[in-house]
Write a protein that binds this ligand. Structure first.
Ligand code: CP
Length: 302
């Protein structure tokens, strides 16, 4: 792998994804290694984040690298009118790799074309979140023992949810059966369904999942994202549409696990947290090891 960017999960071949997951397993066993000594990583967050930014920063610190950047574009010269182009050109000359979250779809691809160093997309609007996908794949393989032939339920905001878009594209490589559970307003966009159609993969769309929950290997819950709605009334109509409760899990497979990219609002009831099938907090921890692996892959550090 040459010095290149991770903008979409499709930027990595299946072999590269598997070798990244294998490397993450090694980091889980030994997370503190001085592999990034002398490296400077820029973290540019134009949108709020807790997990992605802090797990990247934890990953970099554990590997001995240094971090520059901002957590809020209002503290940068963007407020003076500086373009994304010029911001990325400048930050490229101060760092060895850029991690960027931005509200505009396509911004990460644009940044990767302008930058002279690798760019990692930490989420671009409703488009993609490939490092979340890598930690999701890691979590699925760890809990199921395989990525092959699984039945995945994706629940909630499938329209604006960049994590489900990236995960669906990735899991399509392993003969997954997809069940999409969303209200009419938040259904999986046609372009992603077409993606599966072209691969000949099965997907089913539902407005509820109580009756079919026993079939799930993974239930991937998502938040209805208030910040993506232009009309607050539209958000109010769907914000509480799905709430996963402990009582709903009785007839689920013993091996089934519940994932969520987090943050949650109220789509998973707190009474689920102590159920052994709840995996979302461990999933977030896996973000440190997978992001360590992604950085090392992109910087060609063995
Ligand atoms: N999963 C995720 O992207 O969380 P943050 O928005 O807190 O980074």
């Amino acid at each position: 792998m040459n010095n290149r960017s991770l903008v979409s999960i499709d930027d990595f071949s299946t072999e590269e994804i598997i070798s990244t997951l294998d490397l993450a397993e090694q980091f889980e066993k030994e997370p503190v290694q001085k592999l990034l000594e002398g490296k400077v990583i820029a973290t540019l967050f134009f949108e709020p984040s807790t997990r992605t930014r802090l797990s990247f920063e934890s990953a970099i610190n554990k590997l001995g690298g240094k971090i520059v950047g901002f957590t809020d574009a209002s503290s940068s010269s963007v407020t003076k009118g500086e373009s994304l182009h010029d911001t990325i050109r400048m930050v490229s000359s101060y760092s060895d790799l850029i991690v960027m979250r931005h509200p505009i779809e396509g911004s990460a691809r644009y940044a990767s074309e302008v930058a002279s160093v690798p760019v990692i997309n930490a989420g671009d609007g409703a488009n993609q979140h490939p490092t979340q996908t890598m930690l999701d794949l890691y979590s699925i393989r760890k809990t199921q023992g395989t990525l092959d032939n699984l039945n995945i339920f994706m629940v909630g905001d499938l329209k604006y949810g960049r994590t489900v878009h990236s995960l669906m594209m990735a899991m399509s490589r392993w003969n997954t059966v997809f069940n999409f559970i969303a209200p009419e307003e938040l259904k999986m966009p046609d372009e992603f369904k077409l993606y599966l159609d072209n691969l000949g993969l099965k997907y089913y769309e539902h407005s509820d999942f109580n009756d079919i929950i026993s079939k799930a290997d993974i239930i991937y819950m998502t938040r209805v994202q208030k910040e993506r709605f232009s009309d607050p009334i539209d958000y109010e109509k769907v914000k509480n549409i799905y709430v996963l409760r402990n009582s709903m899990l009785e007839n689920t497979k013993p091996t089934m696990r519940i994932l969520h990219p987090l943050p949650r609002v109220n789509e998973i009831s707190p009474d689920v947290d102590s159920n052994p099938k709840a995996y979302y907090f461990k999933q977030a921890l896996n973000g440190v090891f997978t992001r360590q692996a992604i950085i090392c892959k992109l910087l060609n550090i063995k």
